[in-house]
Design a binder for this molecule. Structure first.
Ligand SMILES: Nc1ncnc2c1ncn2[C@@H]1O[C@H](COP(=O)(O)OP(=O)(O)OP(=O)(O)O)[C@@H](O)[C@H]1O
Ligand SMILES: [Mg+2]
Length: 402
């Protein structure tokens, strides 16, 4: 939850956060906050009455400020409350927690959650000013723990297996049903059909920005992101077929660093032909989906693909999703045969849905309509967001393998 991450600071020459909000329980602390905001000349700031619960309800309906100060004095379980706050707060936000307990254990645990600093009441003007200045300058002791969004890549073992369908629908569920901020990124700059599927315009200047490091910052994103919902955004472009696009890996770093500050999930649709930037994203991703179909050709391509992307590093997962994109079983092989031939398990199975096609053509996400395919997509979204651990419903067992 390191608010203004380093990249956001770079793009703001004044190094000042653009919006600061405090949720404070008592008048004395509020007065100190207001004085310090004034001294630091913070451009847009506000102090609201309340604590972590009020902050959570505010953040559910509003964009996160760059800087948050949260009073946990009235919170019985500050750690779990701050954890709940992290779920609604954009990842790039810097959070200073203010409390009454002078407890080193609590301090350490809060730092572990990505909080920038923990200050104990009674609030001291000097201390608050020093803590805020360090956070603004990016010199807080907890710099290394910055919380950022998760990169999730999607790659089809073959063309047409339903990769974009899976990605778009997971984006819909994670944002609309689970409340996370999600961006869908189509890295196929010439032939990608994510934009078409989501009904968004092609971004002008995206390939130019990806070719030339130094162009992508928060302002570029503000201009380029297309809203597909309150918390769902897409970045897609349709460059001419004959355009030669060489994405600079440094520009890709900039793009991802900026997106990671604003979104909980960055879902990347990878093109069939991977360039260096695509390979770099695959190796950096926290979760890598491989979408397959139940066919012999898919077995062959999955073996080659798994070989190419290599073993997962610590904390990384590669998940195989078998999509029954075609209703008939002609030429299909069973999951057991697939698993045996490939030498690894299929993690999730998506059933065929007659309405999948018409739902998308009508611009409606499949997952907004009930049915077995929606159930299966919900299981995957729960797994991604960590909610699966709390769920034991029978439909979960049906679609999650192993
Ligand atoms: N489970 C399913 N049941 C029925 N139809 C499906 C299913 N999954 C995907 N489809 C349909 O299959 C078609 C191809 O899907 P999609 O475009 O997502 O594939 P893709 O792998 O991204 O293709 P490409 O390689 O061209 O990018 C779409 O018309 C989609 O609606
Ligand atoms: Mg696709």
């Amino acid at each position: 939850m390191a608010i203004l991450g380093s990249s956001a600071l770079k793009s703001d020459s004044s190094k000042k956060p653009t919006q600061t909000i405090g949720f404070i329980e008592d008048a004395d602390t509020e007065a100190v906050l207001r004085q310090v905001f004034e001294q630091l000349r913070l451009p847009s700031n506000d102090v609201m009455k309340g604590g972590v619960k009020q902050a959570i309800s505010y953040l559910k309906d509003n964009r996160s400020p760059n800087f948050l100060l949260i009073d946990v004095s009235n919170s019985e379980m500050p750690l779990s409350d701050v954890n709940a706050l992290a779920e609604v707060c954009e990842p790039g936000v810097k959070v200073i927690v203010i409390g009454e307990r002078n407890d080193i254990g609590l301090f350490r645990d809060l730092m572990g959650l990505g909080v920038t600093d923990y200050l104990v009441k009674p609030m001291n003007q000097d201390l608050l000013q020093r803590s805020m200045t360090a956070a603004i300058e990016g010199q807080s002791s907890n710099r290394g723990k910055a919380r950022t969004g998760k990169v999730v890549t999607f790659y089809g073992a073959r063309g047409g297996v339903g990769t974009t369908t899976l990605l778009a629908n997971l984006g819909f569920i994670l944002s609309e049903k689970i409340g996370r901020r999600v961006v869908l990124l189509d890295l196929d700059l010439t032939c990608g059909d994510l934009g078409l599927m989501m009904g968004v315009d092609s971004v002008r200047g995206m390939s130019e920005a990806l070719r030339t490091p130094g162009r992508i910052d928060a302002r570029f994103l503000e201009r380029s992101l297309s809203a597909c919902g309150q918390r769902l955004f897409a970045l897609a472009t349709e460059e001419p077929y004959n355009e030669k696009i060489e994405i600079a890996t440094a520009a890709m770093d900039e793009l991802v660093e900026n997106l990671e500050q604003q979104f909980h999930y960055i879902l990347v649709d990878l093109p069939r032909r991977l360039d260096d930037a695509g390979v770099q994203l695959l190796s950096a991703a926290e979760t890598r989906f491989i979408v397959v179909e139940p066919s012999l050709a898919s077995v062959r391509d999955t073996i080659r693909l798994l070989d190419m992307i290599g073993k997962d590093r610590i904390g990384q997962r590669t998940l195989v999703v078998m999509n029954h994109r075609e209703g008939n079983s002609k030429g299909a092989i069973t999951e057991a045969m697939f698993e045996e031939s490939v030498g690894r398990k299929v993690d999730f199975v998506l059933p065929f849905s007659k309405t999948a096609m018409s739902a998308l053509n009508a611009g409606v996400a499949i997952s907004s309509k009930p049915g077995p395919l929606t159930d299966a997509l919900n299981v995957i979204a729960d797994d991604l967001s960590g909610r699966a651990a709390n769920s034991s419903s029978t439909w979960r067992k049906l679609f999650k393998k192993g």
